[in-house]
Design a binder for this molecule. Structure first.
Ligand code: 13P
Length: 252
C-alpha cells in the first residue's frame, strides 16, 4: 500500500458546476499524475453522489464529516453507510473547524471512527494544537492526548483505510506554514506513537499527512521529511493547477 497521499478539503466552497469543472480538469491531468500518490478530495456533502459519477478513476471521494450515529431520527445527519452507498471512500474526522465550531468532542470523534470502521468507510483522523499550546511547548502532549482518546478502542487498523492528518491550528488558513523541521518533528513523534500503540510494522504503513497553508511553493520542502507522507490541503486544493503540483511534490 502506498503511503503517499494528497487530500483536498474544499470546506464550504464551490458551486456544483465549479465542482464538476474541477473533476473534468483533473480528468485531463490524470495521465500526468504520479502513480505512487493516492489522491483524495472532500467536496461539500451535497455534491458527493453526483461527483462520484464524473470523477476520474484516480480521485477518491471523501466527506468532510459523518454522523456519529446510525440511521434513525437524527435530522440533518448523514451516516457512514449513506456515504459508502454514494461512492464515498473516506471521511474527515476531528477537523479543528469541527472540533472548535460544531461540538466534535473527543467522545464524538470516537463514535464517528467506530461508525466508519463498521461501514467500511476510511478515516482521515485530524489532530492539531492551537498557537498557545505550541508556544508553551505542550504540542506533543496534546497530540498524544488526542490520539490516545481517538484510538483508545482500536487494537489495530487497516492502514489502507486509516490516515492521520497533523494540522496545527495556527497554520490553517493563515498563510503561516509550519516549518519543514516542525512538521518533521511532529510526524516523527506521531509515527513513534503509532509504533508504541500498534507495532513498528503497522506504524510504517499508516499515512501521516501535514495540513496548514500547504501550497505548491512549500510542498517540496514539507514532503522531503521521511515521515511526512503528503498533505491535507485546504485553500490550495480549490484550483487543480495548484493541487496537481502538490500531488507531484508528494511523489517520492
Ligand atoms: P489551508 O490549506 O487552507 O490552510 O487549510 C488546511 C486545512 O484545514 C485542511 O483540512
Amino acid at each position: 500500500m502506498m503511503r503517499n497521499i494528497v487530500a483536498g478539503n474544499w470546506k464550504s466552497n464551490k458551486s456544483i458546476n465549479e465542482s464538476r469543472e474541477w473533476m473534468s480538469e483533473m480528468s485531463n491531468l490524470e495521465g500526468s499524475m504520479p502513480k505512487d500518490v493516492r489522491v483524495i478530495v472532500a467536496p461539500p456533502a451535497p455534491y458527493l453522489a453526483a461527483l462520484a459519477e464524473v470523477k476520474p478513476s484516480n480521485v477518491i471521494l471523501a466527506s468532510q464529516t459523518v454522523s456519529a450515529t446510525g440511521s434513525g431520527a437524527y435530522t440533518g445527519e448523514f451516516t457512514a453507510d449513506m456515504l459508502t452507498s454514494c461512492g464515498v471512500e473516506f471521511a474527515l474526522i476531528g477537523h479543528s473547524e469541527r472540533r472548535g465550531g460544531y461540538g466534535e468532542t473527543d467522545e464524538v470523534v470516537v463514535d464517528k471512527i467506530s461508525r466508519c470502521i463498521e461501514a467500511g468507510l476510511g478515516v482521515v483522523l485530524c489532530c492539531g494544537e492551537p498557537l498557545e499550546v505550541r508556544d508553551s511547548g505542550g504540542h506533543e502532549e496534546m497530540i498524544a492526548r488526542q490520539l490516545d482518546s481517538a484510538m483508545n478502542n482500536l487494537s489495530d487498523v487497516d492502514p489502507s483505510k486509516f490516515v492521520i492528518a497533523y494540522e496545527p491550528i495556527w497554520a490553517i488558513g493563515t498563510g503561516r506554514t509550519a516549518t519543514s523541521e516542525q512538521a518533521g518533528e511532529m510526524h516523527t513523534f506521531i509515527r513513534s506513537w503509532l509504533s508504541d500503540k500498534f507495532s513498528q510494522e503497522r506504524a510504517n504503513q499508516i499515512s501521516i499527512l501535514y495540513g496548514g497553508s500547504c501550497k505548491p511553493s512549500n510542498a517540496d520542502e514539507l514532503f522531503a521529511n521521511a515521515n511526512v507522507d503528503g498533505g491535507l490541503i485546504g485553500g490550495a486544493s480549490l484550483k487543480t493547477e495548484d493541487f496537481s503540483q502538490i500531488i507531484k511534490a508528494a511523489s517520492k
